[in-house]
Design a protein around this ligand. Structure first.
Ligand code: SAH
Length: 365
């Protein structure tokens, strides 16, 4: 049965939702390996065996949102809040550029005040200028207005990541306070497209109450929205959050189960969406040391090495066991480079590594 589905993939036939679900439900180790290998063939065919690096700058943990799962939610008083100054963000972006990363991601908690919006705009302009327009910039700064998205786009950002978190509206409600609106988040994805970004979205896997049908629907949502990039990862409890406090920390067995679920989602998403960019989330590495490389072997083609100064890292902890908190950016570069070469892939140094899907989407709208 599984072999037949995978054969269909190799013949470039579209899968039905039921077939996607069967793949997500695999538990037998040899079938699992067959799934990963099949997704890897799709990846090699559509986007190549190249891993692109995006240096991620976690520039602030100040957040107006209060998501029940997230370690930097507004109500968590155990976090020491920080905001990097403009110089610091620019310096880290230039570090990424000089270390041949090709692209950087600027991520933070959500803020919509004018001072913050203006600051990001200035940073974008400076980074573009100081890297002679050569560094690609992705933003991951949450829900904003059309005008803000447009200003940041004009200032030089060209990709934006906004995870929908889950596409089941009922589950979304359980993960967020009342005023966090699923429809608004969806609307933001449409605005990002309208304002000309390469758009990325994704979900968390292994959320309490989430079903396999939800995950199939998540993949179908991304397909229907015709998104360019995927950033998704396993949910990991954070002890200072309402959701994390309600569940005991993962046992080794649970860790392996969520890791496998995360890898299966990457594989099936690659099989269904084919030519998009898919990031191997850092959360995979919180579950298993080689988690991100495993993600590449199952179909992901983007890795986001941390380029945040070590002193800020302990305060940007979205989930427990976040890796690399005591390392610096050079250590992360060396370590990841070695590990990726070990699995036989090349690294797309000095390239933007844009989504091939995007190129096709704008050529044939
Ligand atoms: N404020 C921005 C960036 C958020 S942090 C935004 O809203 O888009 C990036 C991602 O971390 C979130 O989208 C969420 O999916 C993920 N995340 C937060 N808490 C997590 C947890 N406990 N386990 C796994 N991922 C988590």
């Amino acid at each position: 049965m599984i072999a037949e589905i995978l054969e269909k993939v190799d013949r470039d036939k579209e899968l039905t939702p039921a077939e996607m679900k069967s793949l997500l439900e695999i538990s037998n180790p040899s079938e699992l390996q067959a799934l990963y290998d099949c997704a890897y063939r799709v990846k090699a065919k559509y986007v190549g065996k190249v891993a692109y690096f995006r240096g991620i700058i976690e520039c602030s943990n100040i957040c107006v949102k209060d998501c029940y799962y997230c370690g930097i939610r507004k109500s968590n008083t155990n976090v020491q809040r920080f905001q990097m100054d403009e110089e610091e963000i620019v310096r880290e972006a230039i570090w990424a550029f000089e270390n041949e990363y090709g692209s950087a991601v600027i991520q933070s908690g959500e803020r919509k005040d004018a001072a913050y919006i203006n600051m990001i705009e200035r940073v974008l302009k400076r980074v573009k200028k100081e890297t002679h327009e050569k560094l690609g910039i992705t933003l991951s700064l949450g829900e904003q207005t059309e005008e803000t998205y447009r200003r940041w786009r004009e200032a030089g950002a060209h990709r934006y990541l906004l995870r929908i978190e889950t596409t089941n509206p009922e589950l979304y409600k359980k993960l967020h306070p009342e005023d966090h609106d699923f429809e608004t988040r969806k609307q933001c994805l449409a605005l990002l497209k309208k304002t000309g970004y390469q758009v990325g979205t994704g979900v968390m896997m292994g959320l309490p109450g989430q079903t396999m049908d939800d995950l199939v629907n998540d993949i179908l949502f991304m397909k229907e929205l015709d998104i360019d990039m995927v950033g998704m990862g396993p949910y990991i409890p954070h002890r200072d959050t309402p959701m994390g406090a309600a569940i005991p920390p993962y046992t080794e067995e649970q860790k392996q189960a969520v890791l496998t679920l995360g890898l299966k989602m990457i594989a099936v998403t690659r099989i269904v969406l084919k030519d998009v960019n898919i990031a191997a989330a850092t959360a995979l590495q919180a579950l298993e040391h080689a988690g991100r490389e495993m993600g590449l072997k199952c179909g992901a083609n983007v890795i986001m090495p941390n380029v945040t100064e070590t002193e800020f890292r302990p305060n940007y902890v979205l989930y427990d066991n976040k890796p690399c908190l005591d390392e610096n950016s050079s250590m992360c570069r060396g370590c990841l480079t070695r590990r990726i070469q070990d699995i036989g892939e090349t690294i797309g140094f000095n390239q933007w590594g844009d989504s091939k899907h995007y190129a096709k989407r704008v050529r044939n709208p």
